[in-house]
Structure formats: structure tokens, C-alpha cells
Design a binder for this molecule. Structure first.
Ligand SMILES: C[S@@+](CC[C@H](N)C(=O)[O-])C[C@H]1O[C@@H](n2cnc3c(N)ncnc32)[C@H](O)[C@@H]1O
Length: 277
């Protein structure tokens, strides 16, 4: 087979695998970025000693444990407490003053992974006196990640990095006030764990989650193709009240999507947008 034929066969096999995952399990990866999907499927193929994408599909149809691994592969869950500390600093300095003008606040973390971003938000709200009048919803379609998020554990080896991020994000106390650690793990304080409402929600197939004042969807849309990003931006637009704030990841933007004209660039560098009135 020449190179072009091989690529075409591979693309056809990937499409068939993604169709099967959608038909059999309801997970729709058909509009994720091609590069991401190819990389992750090839990786699983190698790890499992399989020789072709169609062998991956065959295995996925027969073996539930394998399918579960494959679904985990397609969802990248890398995250950190106070990830991109300058973003959290901007949130504290520019967005919190707006939230302070509201009697009740609703925040949605879409694609929350194992919860670090939502816990960072809960800490920020505590320090800014907004904890009691805020509801934080944190959603993801990866149930394993959500189960870990609810438990609020993280490895002890991460404490140093997380403390540094917290301090660069203009944290007002000692980061150690927010968790209890033993020789292996640290666990977030009960009050922080109780604060967050965790829910399974798929941005591709589920509808509006709630009307909210602030949405954070960071480092999620980067894995979607342009059409899917456009669709999800419509969902966010419909979920935000007027004057609501949308926060994206460092490599993401509203450019080229249908609703981009409905927002102002509130903090351009930090990818913070404000829905127009
Ligand atoms: C790289 S993590 C980002 C976590 C966090 N927002 C951050 O920036 O640190 C991406 C998360 O998006 C989630 N995700 C991917 N596709 C999704 C979808 N269709 N619906 C909901 N969550 C999705 C993944 O499961 C993963 O937990």
C-alpha cells in the first residue's frame, strides 16, 4: 500500500471506531481534533500490542475494560491547582469585584477533570468573602475524574508546586490552611469539598446546564474541531446571563465562532470575555 492509501485507510478506520463508540456507548468524539484522536488511539494500539485501528475497534466491541481504557485515553485530564497563576490573579483583581456586586453567584467549571480548578476557585471565593453566596458547579464527562474530584485528594509530591502557584496567584493566606496532609496524600478541607456540586455532563451531547454568572472552560476546547467549538460556544452563550464572564484556556479563543461578536475581550491576555448586555 502506498503512503496516501495507508493514511486514507487509517482515517476510514478511525471514523468507523468513533461511530461505534458513539452508537454503543453514547460518547461522541467524532468532532474532536483529528490530531488528538489519532495520537491517542495510536498510543492505545501500541500499549495493547494491537496492529491496526480495526483491531482496536474489534477489541472495543468485545472487551468492556478495554473500552473503558480507550475512553480514558481520549479524555486528557491533566490539571493543577491555580493553573496559570496569572489567570487566577486576573480573576481575583478584575472579575471578583464584578461578582461582589451580585447577591447570589453561580459558577460553572465545564471540563473540571479531577477538580483542582474548582477547588482553586473555592479558595479564592473564601478569601474574597464570596464563599457563602456562591454555588460552584463542576462538570465533566469522565466519571473516573469526577469520582476523584469529589474525594479531594492529591499527591503529597504536588504540594510544593501547588503552593508556588497559589502564591503567584496572589493567595492571601498559607496554602497549607486548605488541606490536611499525611506522608503520601493531602486532602482538601471538608468545607471546600462540600462547597462544590459535581455532575456528569457531556459538552457535546448534553444541553444547557444552568444559568450562571461565570463559566470556566479551560484547556478543553483545544481538543475539539472548529465546528464543535462553535456548537459548545453557543451552549455557553445560552448558559450565561447578560454581563456574564467566560474564561478559556491560554491556547483557546472565541475567534471564528458565531457568537464572538456578542462578547467583549475583558482581559485579552488571560482569555477572559464578557457577554454584552
Ligand atoms: C485538560 S483537562 C482540563 C481541566 C481544567 N479545566 C484545567 O484547565 O486544568 C480537560 C477535561 O475536559 C474533559 N472533557 C473532554 N471532553 C469533554 C466533553 N465532551 N464534555 C465534558 N468534559 C469533557 C476531559 O474529561 C478532561 O477532564
Amino acid at each position: 500500500m502506498n503512503k496516501i492509501t495507508t493514511i486514507k485507510t487509517e482515517e476510514r478506520e478511525i471514523r468507523s471506531l468513533l461511530d461505534a463508540l458513539y452508537q454503543n456507548y453514547g460518547y461522541d468524539f467524532r468532532q474532536y481534533s483529528e490530531a488528538h484522536i489519532k495520537r491517542r488511539i495510536r498510543n492505545r494500539m501500541t500499549l495493547s500490542g494491537l496492529e491496526s485501528i480495526s483491531a482496536v475497534q474489534q477489541k472495543a466491541e468485545q472487551d468492556k475494560t478495554f473500552t473503558s481504557l480507550l475512553l480514558q485515553d481520549l479524555s486528557i485530564t491533566v490539571t493543577e491547582m491555580f493553573r496559570d497563576s496569572n489567570f487566577f490573579k486576573a480573576l481575583r483583581e478584575k472579575v471578583i469585584p464584578i461578582l461582589k456586586t451580585y447577591s447570589f453567584i453561580k459558577i460553572w467549571h465545564a471540563g473540571c477533570s479531577t477538580g483542582e480548578e474548582a477547588y482553586s476557585m473555592a479558595i479564592l471565593l473564601k478569601e474574597e468573602g464570596l464563599f457563602d453566596r456562591t454555588t460552584i458547579y463542576a462538570t465533566d464527562f469522565n466519571q473516573h475524574a469526577l469520582d476523584r474530584a469529589k474525594e479531594g485528594f492529591f499527591s503529597n509530591s504536588l504540594i510544593k508546586d501547588y503552593t508556588r502557584n497559589y502564591q503567584s496567584a496572589a493567595g492571601k493566606e498559607s496554602f497549607s490552611n486548605y488541606y490536611t496532609a499525611d506522608h503520601k496524600m493531602a486532602i482538601m478541607n471538608q468545607a471546600l469539598r462540600d462547597k462544590i456540586v459535581w455532575a456528569n455532563h457531556n459538552l457535546v451531547t448534553d444541553s444547557v446546564f444552568a444559568e450562571v454568572n461565570l463559566i470556566l472552560c479551560r484547556n478543553v476546547l483545544i481538543y475539539f474541531n472548529k465546528e464543535l467549538q462553535n456548537k459548545v460556544h453557543r451552549l455557553f452563550f445560552d448558559s450565561l446571563g447578560n454581563g456574564g464572564i467566560l474564561c478559556l484556556g491560554a491556547k483557546e479563543s472565541l475567534r471564528f465562532c458565531d457568537v464572538s461578536g456578542e462578547y467583549t475581550e475583558f482581559e485579552k491576555k488571560q482569555k477572559i470575555y464578557k457577554k454584552k448586555y
